[in-house]
Ligand binder design. Structure first.
Ligand code: DX5
Ligand code: ZN
Length: 215
């Protein structure tokens, strides 16, 4: 099964509630929430007050992507606010093991993310602890960038590891995903597809339907 996860980073924040309602009604299963701290990545997106409002206006699975240094500081609060999945970057956390376990213990699904330059081998020690691996397909920090084609090999590599030993783990990709590269990503083995601009720019409902048709 494949899941579409629109990233609200590309939404019109003045119309956020309305735009979330459109994607939800159009049938997406996940909402991707990009939290950026201006340290791990150059930009700052939004934080807890915005996430709390988003949670209240939607029943979708809240897939929180922490592009934040020391994400362990926020796990508890996020889950209290209603995060369903919390994904932390391997490059941003010195206590990955502990943090993934904490996410699970608090009742959410733990995920581990790797940047385009981080080798896949680094996630292997944590595979037992995660519900999802996120392979970044752009340098994290901004929406609207171009997909890095070299990342396809990493997606395939993670897919092999999952299929061999962790069949329940999901494989999410994030960054530069559009209708014209969706198929090759699904073929490479991704099954949770994050997309921001390709959903929220233009007609949102049509965009969602076009994606869902091809998934
Ligand atoms: C990038 C974020 C992405 C971003 C994707 O750092 O993690 O989730 O919103 O946006 P698009 O699909 O426009 O590349
Ligand atoms: Zn993201």
């Amino acid at each position: 099964m494949n899941y579409l996860a629109p990233s609200i980073l590309a939404a019109d924040f003045c119309e956020l509630g309305k735009e979330i309602e459109i994607v939800e009604k159009a049938g997406v299963p996940y909402l991707h929430i990009d939290i950026m701290d201006g340290m791990f990545v150059p930009s700052i997106s939004f934080g807890m007050p915005v996430f709390a409002c988003v949670r209240k206006c939607s029943n979708l699975f809240m897939d929180v992507h922490m592009m934040v240094e020391k994400p362990e500081r926020y796990v508890e609060e996020l889950i209290e606010l209603g995060a369903d999945g919390v994904t932390i970057h391997i490059e941003a956390c010195d206590c990955i093991d502990e943090t993934l376990k904490k996410i699970k213990k608090l009742g959410a699904k733990p995920g581990i993310a790797i940047n385009p330059k981080t080798p896949v081998s680094e996630i292997i020690p944590y595979m037992e602890l995660v519900d999802m691996v996120l392979v970044m397909t752009v340098q994290p920090g901004f929406g609207g960038q171009s997909f890095i084609v070299e990342c396809l090999d990493k997606i395939r590599e993670v897919r092999r590891i999952i299929d061999k030993s962790y069949p329940d783990v999901k494989l999410e990709i994030d960054g530069g995903v559009r209708l014209d590269n969706l198929e090759m990503n699904l073929e490479a083995g991704a099954n949770v597809i994050v997309t921001g601009s390709a959903i929220f720019k233009g007609d949102i409902e049509t965009n969602v339907k076009e994606f869902l048709k091809r998934m």
